[in-house]
Design a protein around this ligand. Structure first.
Ligand code: BDR
Ligand code: CA
Length: 306
């Protein structure tokens, strides 16, 4: 497959351990050229998230290397809340990362998103893995361009299930509810991947170890140590593994048949609740996951060939 026949992908992210796994899945997927990675504040402050993107590029060395743009340092209308689950640095606080020099382009992420949407139109898939601040600012700049993208997939929300930061709100929606509401109100054909779906996509330690055993050593060791940080927390809470929230969003962006979708109208509550509402659907959400098929895809593509 030549580079030109691949779809263009733009990933907006706040890395984050599951964001890191999502980027590795995207970079291991032959259907895509990941042209752009944009960074938003969420799991960690913007600067840490940007550094993590460059660490991951240095670790995986995707070809061609994506352009990286930093975006919003805080949500649209409230202070940033970060997520301790990922460690202070966002990638499990490993002390021995090779030094990297983050060199984001000198253009704001929302502008880069708009430019990519204008350039590639239906040929572009946008996948948002953090709070939707950058995407909302892109919509504010040029809603028609974002509506014209081929697909816009976002991890976030908890429709018929409990939340993970409050009893009824999911982290990305909770951090910037105004941004999610703005994207929905703009008529973007949003494919939402909420906790309803991502809690069905569970990475167990044995499956990860088997996949990493096939990978080059320094890469495998680092991925294992990053993931161990989150897995320890999940296993201590009695879970059998780690929810692959952001990797599932990339998975369904690559192959929408991995899940059953339900069109729904969502109203966004003050804490980021994603509540069913009466009226025309304003998005569709992933409800039931073909977990064995998704996990197979994820584990096959996670590692570069040795
Ligand atoms: C979402 O919150 C973040 O902590 C994860 O990276 C994921 O995007 C799950 O609620
Ligand atoms: Ca994330």
């Amino acid at each position: 497959m030549t580079t030109d026949s691949r779809r263009r992908a733009l990933i907006d992210t706040d890395p984050g351990i599951d964001d890191a796994l999502a980027l590795l899945l995207a970079w291991g997927s032959p259907e895509w050229t990941v042209d752009v990675v944009t960074v938003v504040a969420g799991n960690v402050p913007l600067e840490a998230g940007t550094r993590n993107v460059f660490r991951l590029i240095d670790l995986r060395r995707p070809l061609p290397p994506p352009l990286v743009a930093a975006g919003a340092a805080r949500p649209l209308a409230r202070p940033l809340k970060i997520a301790p689950y990922h460690g202070v640095d966002g990638l499990g606080d490993l002390p021995d990362w090779p030094p990297v020099e983050p060199r984001p382009v000198p253009v704001d992420a929302p502008r880069v998103i708009v430019d990519a949407a204008r350039r590639h139109e239906r040929g572009l898939t946008i996948v948002a893995l953090g709070p939707l601040t950058n995407l909302a600012l892109a919509v504010e700049a040029d809603a028609a361009a974002i509506r014209g993208a081929g697909r816009v997939v976002a991890m976030g929300g908890a429709v018929d299930v409990p939340g993970n930061v409050t009893p009824d709100a999911e982290f990305n929606a909770h951090v910037d509810p105004e941004a999610l509401a703005r994207v929905l109100d703009a008529g973007v054909r949003l494919d939402l991947v909420p906790l309803d779906a991502t809690r069905q996509a569970i990475l167990e330690p044995a499956a990860l170890n088997a996949a990493l055993a096939r990978a080059p050593r320094p890469f495998a060791d680092r991925v294992r140590r990053i993931v161990e940080y989150a897995l320890r927390i999940d296993l201590a809470h009695g879970k059998r593994g780690m929810d692959l929230h952001d990797p599932l969003a990339v998975g369904v962006a690559l192959d929408p048949t991995l899940v059953e979708w339900e069109p729904v109208r969502l109203a966004i509550g003050p804490d980021g609740q994603t509540r069913r509402a009466a009226g025309e659907p304003n998005c569709r959400f992933a409800r039931v996951v073909d977990s064995p098929r998704f996990l197979r895809m994820f584990l096959e593509r996670l590692c570069p060939a040795s």
